[in-house]
Design a protein around this ligand. Structure first.
Ligand code: NAD
Length: 493
């Protein structure tokens, strides 16, 4: 069986310890690959390579923006040439339906092209400054931060990697990247493309391994200048602590428990379909999932009846067969989600749809969970408060706009939220009151490379995507020039 290796300083190498980890297809429970299982020492070797690449040899950071852009456009083309193959890797490793995986790879190709284009656009400032020290000219430039540590989760293995790698590379940084330990397949394919590209040796390094070893080292190592992380709030907090040692820059894209507010005047079938996309896309393993439906009391019964009808008709199966929903990512995660469902019932929520592991047909050995809907929920319930990260949605009701907003904001998270109504003024009023970084009106989930993505509150800080996504990996330098190089007569002697 193929051993997936680390890519350090331009070479494919196994972990120094020789340890390996089984990689599983969650649709079948079968082992599909072996991955090298690295620890701190491997991470340190990769950090040393990135440091030499940035501060020593310096080829990538010194390359002009057009030359870097050309290489990134070439990488985008190489991904496009392998698009179907990479999508299949995400499906067999993560479980998601193939058409969703294909959509992820298409987004990733555009993400590389977006940042390849953006880095050649004018950027910086020129300032008209006072002449207290004689006539001066002042301008700013954007420079790469240095050695980047990047850590991603398992829910969008390829896309989350590209959201971080494309802007960091465009900006001229040198990188050590760690994917989630259970979903490395498509990331290795991406690094194979890097290895075949003209990227200078050492500017991009891959270390496969667990968060507690490799991830922790990236967060605490003083030769790392910036750590960007997508994952759970709990791990994000530990990364912020570890990063204090050298005050490295930190970007955190964390969890969510996002409200989906539906008013009685909403387009009924539209709201139903988007609510389903909000919670069942990618098996609900979406940080921004609309996991709390907050619906106007008068529409509740009709809405729940139709939502249950549609959710029960969702097809479940091996992602390669393109069902509506595939398996959850792992046995452990499935058990965690089923435990939340049990807790919901114990705490008094009414289970109106799903609630079980799904084992029909060829799903017996996979980690499938039925689309699950709970009604009669209150803000005190565990299933309303905590991120479940599966196909489980709670329903709460409101009578007034103020009540809807209060329920929406009654959470420690602030990643996303949506409002459905045909009253335009109300839509804008409500969306403005939702304390979250990403909001939608009359839709749920669309995400664009052009627009910044990130959270408020305990959903983190910093932004992926858009111009701000590039700025995460840059720092601003001001350059002040004396227009008269001679003495200015400051001293009186
Ligand atoms: P996780 O926090 O368990 O792991 C994420 C990554 O961090 C993995 O690579 C893991 O190996 C690593 N890690 C674990 N412990 C670590 C430590 N102590 N130090 C450093 N790294 C460590 O999250 P997950 O279960 O892989 O993913 C699900 C979570 O990710 C959810 O909370 C979800 O909301 C969040 N997420 C957020 C976004 C966003 O854009 N805000 C996007 C996708 C996922």
């Amino acid at each position: 069986m193929k051993l997936l290796k680390n890519y350090i300083n331009g070479a494919w190498v196994p972990a120094l310890s020789g340890k390996t980890r089984n990689i599983i297809n969650p649709a079948t429970g079968e082992i599909i690959a072996l991955a090298t299982d690295s620890d701190q020492k491997d991470a340190q070797a990769a950090i040393a390579a990135a440091k030499e690449s940035f501060y020593g040899q310096g080829e990538w950071r010194r390359m002009n923006a057009q030359a870097r852009a050309d290489i990134l456009f070439g990488i985008a083309d190489a991904i496009a040439a392998k698009r179907d193959e990479i999508a299949q890797l995400d499906t067999i490793n993560n479980g998601k339906p193939l058409r969703e995986a294909e959509g992820d790879i298409d987004d990733a190709i555009h993400c590389f092209r977006y940042y390849a284009g953006l880095i050649t656009k004018p950027y910086g400032g020129v300032y008209d400054v006072n002449d207290g020290f004689g006539p001066m000219h002042s301008y700013t430039v954007q420079e790469p931060v240095g050695v980047c540590g990047q850590i991603t989760p398992w829910n969008y293995p390829f896309l989350m990697a590209v959201w971080k790698l494309a802007p960091a590379l465009a900006a001229g940084n040198s990188i050590v990247f760690k994917p989630a330990s259970i979903t490395p397949l498509s990331t290795v394919a991406l690094f194979e493309i890097f290895a075949d590209s003209p990227l200078p040796r050492g500017c991009v390094n891959l270390v496969l391994g667990s968060g507690a070893t490799v991830g922790q080292e990236l967060a605490q190592n003083k030769d790392v200048d910036i750590i960007t992380f997508t994952g759970s709030t709990e791990v994000g907090q530990s990364i912020a602590h570890a990063a204090v040692g050298n005050l490295k820059k930190v970007g955190l894209e964390l969890g969510g428990k996002s409200p989906n507010i539906i008013f009685a005047d909403a387009d009924f079938e539209g709201a139903i379909e988007w609510a389903m996309i909000g919670i069942f896309l990618n098996q609900g393993e979406v940080c921004a999932a609309g996991s709390r439906i907050i619906i106007e009391e008068s529409l509740k019964d009709k809405f729940i009846k139709r939502l249950v009808e549609r959710a029960q008709a969702i097809t479940i199966g091996n992602g390669l067969q393109n069902p509506d929903m595939g398996p959850l990512v792992s046995k452990e995660h499935m058990e965690k989600v089923l435990q939340y469902i049990a807790t919901g019932q114990e705490e008094g929520a009414t289970l109106v749809c799903g609630g079980n592991r799904y084992t029909k047909g060829n799903c017996a050995k996979g980690y499938f969970v039925e689309p699950t809907i709970f009604t009669d929920c209150t803000s005190q319930m565990t299933i309303v408060k905590e991120e479940i990260f599966g196909p489980v949605v709670t329903v709460q009701t409101f009578q007034t706009e103020e009540e809807a907003i209060a329920l929406a904001n009654d959470t420690i998270y602030g990643l996303a939220g949506a409002v459905f109504t045909t009253d335009g003024a109300r839509a804008l009023r409500v969306v403005k009151e939702i304390r979250a970084g990403i909001t939608w009106i009359n839709c749920y989930n669309p995400t664009f490379n052009e627009a910044p993505w990130g959270g408020y509150k305990m959903s983190g800080y910093g932004r992926d995507l858009g111009v701000q996504g590039l700025e995460e990996y840059q720092q601003t330098k001001q350059i002040n020039i004396a227009l008269n190089p001679g003495p200015i007569g400051w001293y009186q002697n």
